[in-house]
Design a protein around this ligand. Structure first.
Ligand code: HPA
Ligand code: ZN
Length: 326
């Protein structure tokens, strides 16, 4: 349709994408075969049928299990290449992608295998599609502070190729305050900071992410809407929210796409963006997310343009590069 063409033709940045969450079932079987790893599924259809979640933890359990097939530098490279090919087809010209090193180092896969594989995929995307990208090292918040510090130490040789640190995994019971010292250390190393907050957790977690982690960008942030003073603060400071509509529905944080608050966020002056989070698990890449809210919320074309513009305004790019994309 016209809207589909308009959406894919709109240059955009993707700012909330977990590379491990782009592992499609077909590739899961391919990596399992070549690495001789067994998986508890017989067919691709069985895998897809298992992707029914009632909350974040349901999803995380199956997402960490899926990541077990990722073993070699080539796996991480091929995973990234497959994501960037799909993103480029959706009109993504810049992507800032999360990776979860602890998911891999805890299975005996060295930090460098992960980082070098992803960096090879990023170079391929720039060469073949002109798609630029950056890496965000995300700490697993269900693990302790000491493990996060250990991960930051392992990252030292790659720090010049890592843009930011992030915070993901099980939100409830693991407030941002748990990682205040880790984020302070990352800031001292010159890294930018982002955090998942207000996905399942209360507005107080968003306040903590702002006050104790010094975040430059807020991942999800949906539950900020429950706190008018917080909304005003986010709007006033021009904070970018990386919103993930299909993820919100799949994880039951929003009852259905036609009840998604994306347009409420825009009307309240929040700098909201549209992202895919874990596209292989949540039923769609970034253009699918734009289409879902365009249809479900009846967004006008100028709203779609605003959402795409916001993605560049929120990107960790030099001002001149942002200007060039607007
Ligand atoms: N939330 C928290 N942790 C995650 C997510 C998410 O949406 N995706 C992958 N890890
Ligand atoms: Zn996420």
């Amino acid at each position: 349709t016209d809207t589909d063409t308009f959406i894919t033709g709109l240059p955009k940045a993707e700012l909330h994408l977990h590379i491990e969450g782009s592992l499609e079932p077909e590739q899961m079987f391919e990596f399992a075969r070549r690495n001789r790893v067994s998986i508890p599924f017989a067919t691709v259809e069985d895998v897809r049928a298992a992707y029914q979640f009632s909350n974040l933890q349901d999803f995380l359990d199956i997402y960490y299990a899926g990541a077990d097939v990722l073993r070699t530098e080539e796996d991480f490279r091929d995973l990234a290449i497959a994501y960037f090919d799909r993103a480029a087809a959706d009109g993504v010209v810049h992507a800032e992608i999360f990776f979860d090193p602890q998911t891999h180092t805890h299975r005996g896969v060295p930090f460098g295998v992960v980082a070098n594989g992803l960096l090879a995929g990023m170079a391929d995307a720039e060469a073949r599609h002109g798609l630029t990208s950056k890496l965000i090292l995300s700490f697993l918040r269900h693990l302790d502070e000491e493990d996060a510090f250990k991960t930051l130490t392992q990252a030292q040789p790659w720090l010049d190729r890592i843009e930011a640190v992030g915070l993901d995994s099980s939100e409830l019971g693991h407030p941002p305050s748990k990682f205040a010292r880790v984020f302070a250390a990352a800031a001292a190393m010159g890294l930018k900071r982002v955090a998942h907050a207000g996905e399942e957790g209360p507005p107080a977690y968003v306040h903590e992410a702002l006050d104790l982690l010094g975040i430059d960008r807020l991942d999800h942030g949906n539950r900020s809407l429950e706190d008018p003073a917080l909304v005003a603060r986010l709007a006033r400071s021009g904070m970018t929210l990386t919103v993930c509509p299909l993820s919100n529905v799949k994880l039951c944080n929003v009852a259905s796409i036609d009840l998604h608050p994306i347009d409420t966020m825009l009307r309240k002056g929040l700098r909201a963006t549209i992202n895919s989070d874990d596209p292989a698990y949540f039923g769609g890449y970034v253009a699918d997310n734009f289409r879902a809210v365009a249809g479900g919320r009846g967004l006008r074309r100028d709203d779609l343009v605003t959402l795409a513009r916001n993605s560049f305004l929120g990107a960790f790019l030099p001002d001149a590069a942002i200007e060039a994309h607007l």
